[in-house]
Design a protein around this ligand. Structure first.
Ligand code: GLA
Length: 386
């Protein structure tokens, strides 16, 4: 995947491929989630941020209903489709994301013209950093603008969710696209998934002498597979048995009674969601009161809950987290949907190299693929570049 294509190089490549200049270039970021995992579709709280890795799209409107799509990394040449023939399940690979967004907007009654699109992205694919939403959010921002549809961020979030849920078939929530569309430099996005209320929470690790390391385990995951959907189904069952609309409405104090009503597995799933919602609220408070240095224990507790109660971690993620902690990280957890992808480790600057080296050695000794380790900082949400 290309990592360095700047706006003018992308424009030049577009011109070479499609014969004339694009109408514009838009970008949208991937995300890491600081805390609040599998809480979004339970109408709970999440605290992700937009990262400094983005998908960029150069796009030009056509005067017919055809779509031509090319990426700098796909290797499949130009993908062609007719907007009039789009239906859930159409398209393959990354092309499903732009097509899904166009489909979702059309479903809402917005008239989408055909378009030519060139995509570039440095958000690693399948790393749990929401490369798919980066693409969807860049495309929907472009289409919203060029069609003059004028949808607000909250409506764009719902449209991208429909693209994912119905067109792509991944039963995901609203966290990733909210971070990508609503993120801001230097801030985490504290999102209440019940009403989409957002508060931007300053997150400046550097000022506290820390870095946020991402450890991409290279174990790829897919949310269209069974694990994510079965966790979601358990949560829905738990809510039904407990007589609430969503697990958001179950407080910590209700867990004891819930134990008598739920089967063992459902109780564990519910306990993760209920305690995780509480950890998000505690993290937001701790960040406001004392800053990033005070959230380590919350990150650790979140990982334990995902490992033992929600059971969505994997050996690679556990080794990444344990090794980072043993070598000086003040808190670490897997981030994203689970079953692979990335861990994050909040690490003092002076320990960064030690953590990196130790994780690489631990992976090699365990016979795992070499991980990719890099730092991220909160960056701007989706925007127009040219
Ligand atoms: C994926 C989904 C999100 C969210 C997370 C888990 O990233 O896309 O909606 O459910 O998993 O927190």
């Amino acid at each position: 995947m290309s990592t360095t294509t700047d706006t003018s190089a992308l424009t030049a490549r577009f011109r070479e491929t499609f014969g004339s200049a694009p109408d514009g270039v838009w970008q949208a970021p991937g995300r890491v989630n600081l805390i609040g995992e599998h809480t979004d579709y339970n109408e709970g709280f999440v605290l992700p941020f937009a990262i400094d890795k983005t998908a960029k799209v150069a796009l030009r409107v056509r005067d017919d209903s055809n779509v031509r799509l090319l990426s700098t990394f796909g290797g499949h040449g130009v993908v062609e489709a007719d907007l009039a023939g789009l239906e859930p399940g159409s398209g393959e690979g990354w092309a499903r994301y732009p097509l899904g967004v166009a489909w979702a907007l059309q479903e809402q009654g917005i008239d989408i013209p055909g378009f030519d699109l060139l995509l570039d992205s440095d958000v690693p694919l399948g790393a749990g950093l929401s490369s798919s939403h980066a693409i969807e959010c860049a495309v929907i921002t472009a289409l919203n603008e060029i069609t003059g549809a004028g949808l607000g961020a909250e409506q764009l979030v719902i449209a991208t969710q429909r693209a994912e849920n119905v067109f792509v078939g991944a039963p995901t929530g609203i966290m990733d696209q909210s971070a990508s569309l609503r993120g801001a430099k230097g801030h985490a996005v504290f999102l209440d998934c019940q009403d989409q209320h957002v508060e931007l929470v300053p997150f400046d690790a550097e000022a506290s002498g820390l870095v946020l390391l991402v450890i991409d385990t290279k174990v790829s995951h897919s949310h269209a597979d069974g694990g994510y959907a079965s966790r979601r189904a358990s949560c829905e069952l738990g809510a039904e048995v407990l007589g609430v609309r969503a697990l958001r409405d179950v407080g910590l104090e209700a867990l004891e009674d819930a134990a008598g009503l739920l089967d063992e597995i459902t109780l564990k799933r519910v306990r993760h969601v209920v305690t995780e919602n509480d950890r998000v609220l505690q993290t937001v408070e701790a960040l406001a009161a004392t800053g990033p240095a005070s959230i380590g224990a919350l990150l650790d507790a979140s990982h334990v809950s995902m490992r033992d109660d929600f059971e969505i971690s994997c050996p690679e993620l556990d080794i990444a987290v344990d090794t980072a902690r043993a070598n000086g990280a003040i808190g670490a957890r897997m981030t994203g949907g689970g079953f692979g992808g990335s861990a994050i480790a909040l690490t003092p600057v002076g320990k960064e190299q030690q953590v990196r080296d130790a994780v690489v050695v631990a992976f090699s000794e365990a016979g795992f693929m070499a991980p990719d380790i890099f730092t991220v900082t909160p960056a701007a949400g989706a925007l127009r570049l040219a």
